[in-house]
Design a protein around this ligand. Structure first.
Ligand code: EAX
Length: 333
């Protein structure tokens, strides 16, 4: 009897242990919920810096319930393809420029107008305010979830043909642009031949001379090694390039309100880290690019470029009206 009791007790204990073990395993499975984040830039870029900060904050807030799996360098495709991936749920999150975003959410085209923002402070102030929030909310109408505005940076022109100091110097160049109608319209006004292309194809296109040049922020030129295949940089700063942290509605709908709050807070921490790196590289990065052998044209009369691309504003307002543009221009930022 005692023996049997002992055996039963043992069985019960074993059963108890395995129930606990099972419970621990399912907790473990939750703890290991991994979030895939894709982007086109390298793992030493400003986006990657932001994703590290996002991951650290998300893990901290969730007590390890979520971990982040970063896929840099276009491993999951170009920005347009990744945004489509969010809509169908094959990717959980993407950090992307607004380059191809207007194809999905036309309201964002306004942000891609050349010389819209004077400087980083103004752009960040607009995006962090009411207008930015309104645009983030609009993602929801297009099967996307906007978590936070982050940053790519002011775009500068590079090419392999000649030093470009004035719009006249740029005439006739074949320049890769993002898949963005506003950017293409602006370059057409300058008599530059815009060639839209996804970022992962860019390095080879420059290397093989399919295009003469491209335009991107300093961080992308530096950390994407574009200096290896481009020897001239002109600090045109012709357009501010916002970036956004987007989530898939399929992942999002499976989260509780508390979890959604963690993602939003972590995304803001990520944006902050990215912006800090963009600011730092805007000056330090130019020096590094010179050391790597690029000729840098710094003395640019931006008003000449601004004048040359001005008609592209009409292309925008004819199609989308001027309400949002006026609001940005009249904002207190
Ligand atoms: O978002 O396509 C581009 O030139 C972008 O600036 C790049 O993918 C980073």
């Amino acid at each position: 009897m005692t023996k049997r009791f002992a055996r039963n007790a043992l069985h019960a204990a074993v059963a108890g242990v395995s129930t606990l073990a099972l419970a621990a395993t399912s907790l473990g499975a939750l703890a290991a919920q991994s979030v895939t984040v894709g982007h086109t830039t390298s793992d030493s870029s400003h986006y990657s810096e932001g994703i590290d900060a996002f991951a650290a904050k998300l893990e901290e807030l969730s007590g390890g319930e979520f971990t982040v799996e970063e896929h840099p360098s276009g491993a999951l495709g170009g920005e347009r393809a990744m945004i489509e991936g969010l809509q169908i749920g094959t990717i959980d999150m993407v950090v992307t420029s607004t380059g191809p975003l207007g194809n999905f959410v036309p309201q964002t085209y306004v942000l891609d107008l050349p010389f819209l923002f004077e400087d980083y402070d103004q752009a960040r102030c607009v995006l962090d305010g009411e207008i930015g929030q309104e645009l983030l909310d609009q993602m929801g109408e297009h099967e996307l979830v906007g978590l936070a505005w982050t940053e790519n940076g002011f775009r500068h022109l590079t090419n392999s043909q000649r030093d470009v100091q004035t719009p006249e110097d740029a005439k006739g160049l074949k320049i890769r642009t993002m898949e963005n109608e506003m950017h293409m319209a602006a370059f057409r006004e300058m008599d530059v031949h815009p060639t839209p292309m996804a970022f992962p194809e860019l390095f080879t296109a420059l290397q093989q001379g399919t295009v003469d040049g491209q335009e991107n922020p300093i961080s992308v030129i530096l950390t994407g090694n574009l200096w290896e295949v481009q020897d001239r940089l002109s600090l045109t700063g012709h357009v501010y390039s916002p970036a956004i942290m987007l989530a898939s509605p399929i992942m999002w709908d499976g989260l509780s309100d508390e979890e959604k709050g963690w993602f939003r807070e972590a995304a803001r921490a990520g944006a902050e880290a990215t912006r800090a790196m963009v600011s730092r590289l805007e000056t330090e990065g130019v020096e590094e690019l010179k050391e790597k052998g690029m000729t840098v044209v710094e003395d640019i009369d931006k008003s000449q470029f601004q004048e040359a691309v001005e008609p592209s504003y009409k292309v925008f307002t004819d199609e989308y009206g001027s309400e949002m543009l006026d609001r940005i221009r009249n904002s207190s930022c």
